[in-house]
Design a protein around this ligand. Structure first.
Ligand code: NAD
Length: 459
């Protein structure tokens, strides 16, 4: 029986390994992590992350061919194939700080693999890593192969799931990318990994490349997606200045088959743990290769995103007569997108901090993000600060507020009874739709002053 070990039980490692276990009942899958709290949550009824459908998949496999453990060394030692999905955040100190990927977690995982292994292993890069990381990992893994006689094959198999649709994306991926050495041993390792995916992924969706193409493709993928968001957000600013409507521009663009309809929704900005860090990483790699102009090109994608968030705050403050000091503002949504509890790099953090900077009183509601998480992200203790209140439902957040900011596109915000909430708000009552999800005309008929990104302003 093939044994798989997944190192890192986070947003990628947990769901990815669970789906492999579901689709390959003949394979034993152990997911390991150094975080005891994460592993005990994976072993409980309250999983550490929220993803639609995840609980069902875990419940079907846990205790059969899927287990979660902190005994990292034991499961790595026993495994034939090791998927490494540890975090690769942006470096905060030293060379490349603020741009380069911090590979500390990867390095320590690789050292541990080298230390405990005494049989051949296929080591798979699931994490997003800089191009040519496999070369560095190879040095760590093989430094004592002579004494141990072990063959390591490193493959790049980047993950393309999106949070909020992770299970759907894993069950029905548009592609699986496998990069490996093009020598006989490398090709054999590629075939072994391909054999796993073939349990449920059609052959023509499995792409094989050399290692560097696979590593770079993941960075390129995130950079292209983020660039699309920044492009439409840049257009939204121009729409507001000219009287065009960004949703109409998006519709026109979407019908161009060369462009297509996805990622054309103007918003308060992109968030999540990946886009910014991966573009910064790309910028760093370009700079390291002397490609300053190319680095500058990608850096603009992040700059537009920062501008979009500050533009939103500016709009809220100027609309509310140039000050929000002492005014209650309801913040609806804190996660970086709907259907996830993840708040990493969520635009809500910058927007809330911007409004707090002008002394607003925030009443925050998100259906999936805990009070603790929001407090941590805003670096405050809500009990001690009267300016922030995290509440349990949208109506409570909005009661007696001067304005409402929609910062995450949760479906439930569409079905709020806006006529009812209008009655209980301070007048004039404002809605700032940072996700372009509400019916502006309907809200204006009720009496709200409405700002929706990229749309003409209320007269
Ligand atoms: P995460 O922080 O949720 O999970 C990483 C886990 O690795 C943590 O639980 C951490 O405790 C564990 N870990 C770190 N070092 C370890 C070690 N030496 N041994 C065992 N466990 C260790 O991160 P994530 O969001 O799952 O992302 C992981 C990687 O996947 C990153 O490189 C990211 O860029 C990439 N990625 C993320 C997404 C996404 O949507 N989150 C999508 C595609 C790719």
């Amino acid at each position: 029986m093939v044994k798989i070990c997944g190192i890192g039980a986070g947003y990628v490692g947990g769901p990815t390994m669970a789906v492999i276990a579901l689709k390959c009942p003949s394979i034993e899958v152990a997911v390991v992590d150094i975080s005891e709290s994460r592993i005990s949550a994976w072993n409980s009824n309250k999983l550490p992350i929220y993803e639609p459908g995840l609980e069902e998949v875990v419940n079907q496999c846990r205790g059969k061919n899927l287990l979660f453990s902190t005994d990292v060394e034991k499961h790595v030692h026993e495994a034939d194939i090791i998927f490494v999905s540890v975090n690769t955040p942006t470096k905060v100190k030293g060379l490349g700080a603020g741009k380069a990927a911090d590979l500390t977690y990867w390095e320590s995982a690789a050292r541990m693999i080298a230390h405990v292994s005494n049989s051949d292993k296929i080591v798979i890069e699931k994490s997003t890593v800089p191009v040519r990381t496999a070369e560095a990992i190879g040095k760590i893994l093989t430094h004592n192969t002579k004494t141990k006689g072990i063959n390591y094959q490193i493959l790049s198999n980047p993950e393309f799931l999106s949070e909020g649709t992770a299970i759907q994306d894993l069950l029905n991926p548009d592609r699986v990318l496998i990069g490996g050495n093009q020598d006989p041993q490398g090709l054999d390792a590629i075939q072994k990994l391909k054999a796993i995916y073939t349990h449920w992924v059609p052959q023509d969706r499995i792409i094989t490349t050399n290692l560097w193409s696979a590593e770079l493709s993941k960075l390129a993928d995130n950079a292209f997606l983020a660039q699309r968001i920044s492009s439409i957000n840049a257009m939204s600013a121009l729409c507001e200045a000219t009287g065009a409507e960004v949703s109409q521009v998006s519709l026109a663009l979407s019908k161009n088959t060369k462009i297509g309809p996805k990622f054309l929704n103007a918003s308060v900005g992109f968030g999540g743990s990946c886009f910014q860090k991966d573009i910064l990483n790309l910028v760093y790699i370009c700079e390291s290769n002397g490609l300053t102009e190319v680095a500058n090109y990608w850096r603009e994608v992040i700059k537009v995103n920062e501008y979009q968030k500050s533009r939103f705050v500016h709009r809220v403050v100027t609309s509310m007569f140039n000050t929000v000091s002492g005014k209650k503002i309801a913040i609806l949504g804190f996660a970086f997108k709907k259907d996830t509890s993840d708040t990493r790099k969520t635009p809500a953090i910058d927007v809330c901090k911007g409004l707090l900077g002008d002394d607003a009183c925030l009443s925050i509601y998100d259906p999936r993000v805990t009070q603790n998480q929001i407090e941590k992200d805003l670096s405050i203790s809500c009990s001690g600060v009267k300016h922030v209140n995290v509440v349990g439902d949208a109506y409570e957040a909005i009661r007696d507020a001067h304005g409402v900011c929609i910062l995450t596109e949760w479906d439930e915000f569409k079905t709020i009874d806006y006529e009812r909430v209008y009655e209980n708000m301070v007048k004039p009552a404002f809605v700032f739709d940072g996700r372009n999800m509400l019916d502006v005309d309907k809200l204006r008929k009720i009496g709200f002053i409405v700002y929706s990104i990229g749309k003409p302003l209320d007269q």
